[in-house]
Design a protein around this ligand. Sequence first.
Ligand code: FAQ
Length: 311
Amino acid sequence: DTTAYQRAFDAAVAADDRIEPRDWMPDAYRATLVRQIAQHAHSEIIGMQPEANWITRAPSLRRKAILMAKVQDEAGHGLYLYSAAETLGVSRDELLDKLHSGRQKYSSIFNYPTLTWADVGAIGWLVDGAAITNQVPLCRCSYGPYARAMVRICKEESFHQRQGYELLLALSRGTPEQHAMAQDAVDRWWWPSLMMFGPPDDASQHSAQSMAWKIKRHSNDELRQRFVDICVPQAESLGLTLPDPDLKWNEERGHHDFGPIDWTEFWDVLKGNGPCNEQRITQRRRAHDEGAWVREAAAAHAAKHHGEARH
Ligand code: FAQ
């Protein structure tokens, strides 16, 4: 009966055991995982667009090779995550359809434009830095396939973060124009990066339940604070400033205080009104349509081999 299953599930979560695809799980646990993993997968593939914008204009062959590798990694992360979601009984087609029709979200951060080459550095340093801060605890998520996907993703993200930091450092130590370009990129990406962690705890509708289920291990505000504390000394080593006059060390709390986040902007971007929402989703739909022949060919190939295996 259901109560015995529920007790076994609760005991597994309490013992920090992993829930696996064949285990019984509450419907709402499954639905929450599908929502979060799908949103995460969508973010990875939509997140390829802002940086891909600079591949053809990278300033050297070396920078171009690095950027292409990074963007390819993001496609790979999307694939691991769609596979993790599929273990919960949904299909990739269904999830992509929900993305394309606006019924599932992707991260707010990818609705901002990449105006200069320095934005590639700022994305690596700040956006990948925020992603790692959020994702390292997800390696201990109670759902096995998601937790295991995160281990590999985090390793790759830390390379991404380093390349962004190194790129910004090169610009920061370059000509005055290059330094100004790096500073301008950091000024534009800082606040949207803080918004990546989600709404403040008192407005985070899913946090309490997701933490009880050990899907999330820390609250949105805890991880945001951790990220600010990590970034302050890194900005100093980069020779760049963070665009927040209220940012200062608080001895008593043992953390940096920081200024108010513009939550109106955040909710507005979520509603589809960010600077690039329209462009991102249009490009995604186009890429999907243009890739139809690849999916058809792969399906035909698989069917043929499946037939051969049976004969
Ligand atoms: N953007 O109740 P909560 C990357 C939504 S990293 C858009 O707090 P939750 C790597 C939320 O879904 C980026 N929507 O929700 C990369 C919910 O709406 P819903 C992806 C947001 O789930 C780097 C509502 O607000 N990372 O891609 C955002 O407990 C560079 C209420 O929020 C992940 O997805 C937002 N920023 O906590 C790639 C990490 N924040 O669903 C390329 C996994 C909140 O009811 C280049 N996800 N919302 O319609 C998580 O850890 C969580 O889902 C949070 C949100 C922390 C994002």
